[in-house]
Design a protein around this ligand. Structure first.
Ligand code: SAM
Length: 233
């Protein structure tokens, strides 16, 4: 048996799993802070990291860890297959994995004391980070590599705002001093709804970003309209 100790905790705008982009770099306005934990909360541990534009975060899907009393999942339902068809767990980037380990490539923005500011993050707030590694283009970027399951980034859908939500997001953005409007647009453009659900215009969806609750609906299947952006009580 091995024991793993997180080296850091990710602080991100995402309060819940729903509406987080399904891969990193799809929402550049998703800014997170990687807070180093003892004994790695010392400059010596990340000296030289600033020489890299991007870093790999190796983390635990702490909100989707396997139940040790249940048989392991060998097949999962990736969103790319519509969320109903199954595929081998090792053929996907599903969050339901044997050891709950994920990897995300993010942009390194800055290093401040014992925290690292990154953008394009796809992790829930509080995610334990078990390792941080530099992205090395010559080894990690293979322009001719192929993936028949996910050949391209998913097509973005249109996001529009009700006049009330537009006013509300401006107020909340000014309060938070974060690019909230851009973040909401980039995340919702990924169409968070499970692909097997046909959205009815009367059905409302919601997710938490920072300390605000965002509500939206689908006036048509290929368009999201933001209805409200309100500070949580
Ligand atoms: N880029 C990573 C990878 O390939 O290993 C993650 C891909 S996984 C499909 C991304 C999804 O994991 C997000 O959309 C979110 O719903 C979920 N997620 C993010 N952080 C999580 C956490 N700490 N625990 C469980 N699920 C998480």
């Amino acid at each position: 048996m091995y024991q793993i100790q997180p080296v850091a905790i990710a602080r991100t705008p995402f309060r819940e799993k729903f509406a987080i982009p399904r891969q990193p770099m799809l929402a550049p306005a998703a800014i997170g802070t990687i807070e180093l934990q003892p004994p790695f909360d010392q400059a010596a541990a990340f000296e030289g990291l600033e020489l890299n534009s991007h870093v790999w975060l190796i983390f635990l899907f702490h909100q989707a860890l396997p139940d040790p009393d249940k048989p392991p999942r060998l097949r999962v339902r990736p969103p790319r297959l519509g969320g109903n068809e199954r595929m081998g767990v090792f053929a996907t980037r599903s969050s339901h994995r044997p050891n709950g380990i994920g990897q995300s490539l993010v942009k390194l923005e800055s290093i401040n004391g014992t925290s690292i500011r990154v953008s394009g993050i796809d992790l829930m707030d509080g995610t334990p980070i078990i390792d941080i590694k530099p992205y090395i283009p010559y080894a990690d970027c293979l322009p001719h590599a192929t993936s028949a399951l996910a050949p391209d980034a998913p097509a973005a859908i249109q996001v529009e705002w009700s006049s009330e939500a537009r006013l509300q997001v401006e107020v909340q953005q000014a309060r938070l001093q974060q690019p909230l409007q851009e973040l909401i647009e980039q995340c919702l453009a990924q169409d968070p709804r499970p692909a097997y659900q046909t959205p009815q215009p009367e059905r409302e969806y919601g997710a938490g970003f920072y300390d605000v609750d965002v509500r939206w609906h689908y006036p048509t299947a290929d368009c999201i309209r933001v209805l409200a952006v309100e500070k949580l009580a």
